[in-house]
Structure formats: C-alpha cells, structure tokens
Ligand binder design. Structure first.
Ligand code: 6CS
Ligand code: FE
Length: 312
C-alpha cells in the first residue's frame, strides 16, 4: 500500500483537550449532548432581521429568502460558474473536488479568492449584514465553495453537522458561524436540495471513529467519519423532522453551523448549483485542531486572513 494512503492509521490523541467544549471522535459511543453556545449572538435592531426572524432562526436553525439576489446578479454569478466549470485545468487544482466515480466537478473551494466575481458575492452587503447580525460581530470567510451537483450524476452529501468537522479538523472553538447557500439554479424537491433537520442545532452529536490523516481528501467526496450513526439520525428525525427549503435561482438559505443537514444525489437532468459562503465571527478564530492532527489546507479552512468582509 502506498505511503500517501489517506486512510493511514493516525496518532490522534485518545482524550479530549481541556479546552475542548465539544469533544467528538474520541469515545466508543455516539453521544448527543446539549448545545453550549447561543444561537443568535446579535440583537434585533442591529441589522436587517426582525425579532421574529431571529426567533425563527433560534428555533429552527435556518432562514430562507426567496429573492435576496437580483436576476441580473444571478446571471453574472452563473456565467462565472460556467466559465470555471468549462476550464479543464481547474479539475486538477487542489481546490477542486471531483465526483466519486466520474470526472465531473463536484466542488470548487476558495472561490472568494480565485474569482473576483465570486469575491463580490462574499462581500455582498445584504448577505454580510445578515451574517453580522446573527453572529453579533464583524465576520470573515472561513470557507467558500461552489457545489455544482450536476444533472444525472451529482452525488449526495451525507448527513452531518458542519460545526463538528470545523471544530475537530479546523479548531473552531464555538458555534458562532453561519453558512449561506446561494442558489444559482432552481433548487427543487427533485434535484437534490439541501435537507435540514430544523431544531437539531440545539443538540451536539459527538461521533465515533478517529480522524484519518488527510481526511479531507476523501471526506469532501464522501464523508464516513464525523457523521452520526443510524440510531442517532433516527432519534433526531423523530424529534425534529426534515425540511427542504427549495426556491428559484437567487434564493438564499442561511443555516446554523451545527444544524444536521445533507442532500440527496441528483438524477434529474437539472443541475443544482449553489455557492456557499461560510461566515465566522472574528471573535471565534481557529486554534489547533481538536483532533490533534495538522490543520486542513487554508483553501478549505481559513487560518490567516481574518479581515472582515463587507468593508472593501
Ligand atoms: O468538510 C467541510 O468543511 C465541508 N464538508 C461538508 C460535507 N459540508 C461542509 C463543509 O463544506
Ligand atoms: Fe455541510
């Protein structure tokens, strides 16, 4: 077996660090524990969201907007996605993730750096104002990516909490992050839309199984470590149910970093292409990863540039 095998056994520690408030991938059993952080860190009156929208977000862990981005803007971003996708060389870039089993582009990371057009989306005043209000501070981009989920062969994203990975593998201390999914094609019930367990962000699922070295090389294609077992997922669905906020191109879903979510594969001819911007509070920057392994590359998880967005 080659030495670059990403599944190579690890020397990750057997016990959580003293500063680990959300241990995961240490124990033998899955544990479901209460969330320790607020859901909304800002206040009504200090941003575009009303008190009832903030309360909705606290209860359900997501907010959906039908027309935050204008049709003209959508077209500009979509043209950019198509330009990037048509560039064969991009598939060989570190930032590119190819679908398992085909040469289709699955995800492209750090697009807020590589594409001036998508950088504008990361700084979009409407998106940034909402993220700031939810997180109660200035915000920077922890991760950005395009998920193409092409027609016919766009594969699923298995159930997971983003925070679990960002905490364990990137060293993010607290649940003070929000993902923003911007639909650039219609997200329908049929083409593999985001599915959310509304309210599940109030629980933390501590998973089983040590993190392999270079886990990102496989987890971004197909995640097996850092995902809950069948019994926990059944329990969460019994308690919270499942919703799939769909919408036309230009619709936007903000979802809390710890909400349980996933999406099915897309066997329709209709691509489901979304851009994701992950905002983190500038008061929640990463420390050493809690799994004890080296951090993931900075095109997946920012570790140096915490410049607030929306100011340039
Ligand atoms: O590992 C990550 O950071 C990413 N993986 C998934 C499946 N969702 C969130 C995040 O982009
Ligand atoms: Fe995710």
């Amino acid at each position: 077996m080659s030495t670059s095998n990403p599944m190579k056994a690890t020397s990750s520690p057997r016990h959580p660090r003293a500063d680990d408030r959300y241990p995961s991938r240490f124990g033998r059993d899955i544990l479901i524990t209460p969330r320790l952080d607020p859901v909304v860190w800002g206040e009504p009156g200090r941003g575009p969201l009303s008190e009832s929208q903030l309360n909705d977000y606290i209860d359900h862990g997501y907010l959906h907007f039908d027309d935050l981005i204008s049709p003209e803007e959508v077209q500009t971003y979509l043209d950019e996605l198509q330009r990037l996708r048509a560039d064969e060389a991009i598939k060989d870039a570190d930032e590119a993730v190819i679908e398992p089993g085909s040469r289709e582009l699955r995800s492209l990371f750090a697009v807020h750096r590589s594409s001036p057009v998508l950088k504008r989306l990361a700084h979009h005043p409407k998106l940034v104002a909402i993220a700031r209000q939810l997180l109660g501070s200035e915000v920077y981009i922890h991760q950005s990516r395009v998920n193409y989920k092409g027609g016919f062969r766009g594969k699923e994203f298995y159930w997971h909490s983003d925070f679990e990975t960002w905490h364990v593998e990137d060293g993010i201390p607290a649940m003070r992050m929000v993902s923003c999914s911007i639909a650039l094609t219609a997200n329908t019930p049929y083409n593999g839309p985001l599915m959310i367990m509304p309210g599940s962000h109030h629980r933390y699922v501590s998973c089983v199984g040590a993190t392999p070295e270079n886990h990102y090389k496989i987890s971004l294609q197909q995640q097996d470590i850092g995902v809950p077992d069948d019994e926990s997922l059944t329990q969460l669905v019994e308690e919270y149910g499942i919703t799939a906020p769909t919408g036309l191109a230009g619709s936007v879903t903000f979802f809390e970093c710890n909400v349980m979510h996933g999406s099915n594969s897309n066997i329709t001819p209709l691509p489901r292409s979304n851009v994701f911007m992950v905002f983190n509070s500038i008061d929640n920057t990463p420390v050493e990863p809690f799994c004890g392994l080296p951090p993931r590359p900075d095109f997946i998880a920012e570790r140096e540039d915490f410049t607030p967005v929306g100011q340039s």
